[in-house]
Design a protein around this ligand. Structure first.
Ligand code: MN
Ligand code: MN
Length: 467
């Protein structure tokens, strides 16, 4: 073999070379990643809403020995606890051997996803159809949500305090729901609209029925037929829908994509692709040195608002109460804490290269994307992670053989977005975004690479255990 030139030697020494997961993982490790993703696909199918995700997490946590957090209680090292935040957000913690004042290792992901919520008065009939009015939740491209099967998830709170669960469209044999679009033959006017107005908010109406209620041989209305069905099935009347939360989500299940099955296509990767690994990592943790915390937040997609989003005090209150009961100063604990804001970022899409800076983009199956800052127009609305913390994290990831890449959300001035990081930073801990790159983010069907998903699990595990 020819000797390496000085330039080659210098390149090896000085240049960063981004690798593909297949270059750094053994065939056994790739198989392990694929197997991890089988569990993830089930989670995707079972947990399409934040409530379902919270329920699944708590049920599993209880089986694994997590107990509901008791404020004021003193916990031993190794204790496993959870906080149920109004059924829509969950905090899991495993108490460490070290003092809480040495800081936490916290991973935070969100469990809400873009979708269509029903309006308070959703049901109406028009020209022989019964329909539901919707209000979209989160940043969706409305034209993507028509002409595909939808499932409906919801809870209805009745005046007597009972809660009725509704889930239609997930089981084989269930009916589905659907939003219609114009036929191309008659769409010439609609086709002149700008893409973002191709389907407008008030055109996202879901078809829910088409047979009238027949009484004594007489057609008595399409809306009445649906109300009768809802009453017979769930014991609810029209006014009950006002104190309900219904979400329409894509009805299809997660599946492998590509001849090599290396990607998963599914609804809700953002941000289950991080919430699942962060949850599994804390479930697998026994007797850590540092107290580990996994936060599963709601409402990230609409700005982390409300009392189940991270703008609320619930996380801060929980952490303060936990620290005080163990005799630790909560502010000292938080100041010494390290946190991963585990969220997705845009993967480089070769069909749409113009919006990306190829030097600062994440590529599929090339590892986790480390995003120093998000925001837009001059980092506005960002949490800009401290270089010192990134240096520490690079060491942790490299020591654990975790493949990672630096990636920002698109070109400067092309757009932007935010994550949980800015709300976590308010707690005065170190925080940076680390997550899985996606293609078609926020679409009803997003793509993620299996090796990246497993990498998130391995990274979270290494982070919880890191010195
Ligand atoms: Mn997200
Ligand atoms: Mn999102």
């Amino acid at each position: 073999m020819a000797e390496k030139s000085q330039a080659d030697l210098l390149r090896e020494q000085l240049c960063r070379r981004q690798k593909h997961a297949c270059e750094v993982l053994t065939p056994e490790e790739i198989k392990e990643a694929d197997e991890f993703c089988e569990g993830y696909k089930q989670y995707l199918d079972l947990c399409k809403t934040e409530r379902l995700c919270a329920n699944w997490t708590i049920a599993r946590a209880e089986k694994l020995g997590f107990a509901e957090f008791q404020p004021g209680k003193q916990y031993e090292a190794g204790a496993k606890i959870y906080l149920n935040q109004r059924g829509k957000a969950v905090v899991l913690a495993v108490l460490g051997k070290r003092s809480l004042e040495d800081g936490l290792r916290m991973a935070a992901a969100h469990i809400d996803s873009p979708r269509l919520d029903l309006k308070q008065n959703p049901l109406y009939e028009d020209k022989g159809l019964a329909l539901f009015k919707t209000h979209y939740y989160g940043g969706i491209r409305k034209y993507q949500w028509v002409t595909m099967p939808l499932a409906l998830h919801g809870v209805v709170a009745k005046k007597d305090g009972t809660l009725v669960d509704v889930c239609i469209g997930e089981e084989d044999g269930d009916p589905r729901f659907c939003i219609t679009d114009l036929l191309p033959h008659l769409a010439s006017e609609q086709s002149e609209r700008k893409l973002k107005e191709g389907i407008k908010g008030e055109e996202l109406n879901i078809v829910v029925g088409s047979r009238p209620l027949m009484l004594d041989g007489k057609a008595e209305g399409f809306k009445l037929a649906i109300l009768k069905h809802l009453y017979d099935t769930y014991g609810i009347v029209e006014e009950d829908l006002i104190s309900a939360e219904f979400q329409a989500v894509p009805a299809f299940k997660a599946c492998d994509i590509g001849f090599d099955r290396a990607l998963i296509g599914a609804y809700g990767h953002d941000d289950r692709v991080c919430s699942y690994p962060c949850t599994e990592a804390i479930f697998a943790l026994e007797n850590p040195d540092y107290t580990a915390v996994t936060v599963l937040a709601d409402k990230e997609e609409i700005g982390s608002v409300g009392n189940t989003g991270l703008e609320s005090n619930f996380l801060c209150d929980f952490l303060h109460e936990l620290a005080l009961a163990q005799g630790a100063n909560p502010r000292v604990m938080l100041r010494n804490s390290k946190c991963l804001s585990a969220d997705v970022d845009a993967g480089f899409d070769p069909t749409w290269p113009s919006v990306m800076d190829p030097l600062n983009s994440a590529y599929m199956a090339q590892g986790l994307v480390l995003t120093k800052y998000t925001g837009s127009r001059g980092k506005s609305g960002a949490s800009d992670a401290n270089a010192e913390f990134l240096g520490w994290l690079r060491r942790v990831l490299d020591d654990a053989n975790i493949l990672w890449q630096a990636g920002l959300l698109g070109k400067v001035d092309e757009g932007g977005g935010g994550t949980l990081a800015m709300f976590l930073a308010k707690l005065n801990l170190e925080v940076v975004d680390l997550g899985v790159p996606l293609l078609s983010m926020h679409a009803p069907f997003e793509l993620a690479a299996k090796t990246d998903i497993a990498m998130m699990f391995w990274a979270c595990d290494a982070f919880f255990k890191a010195e």
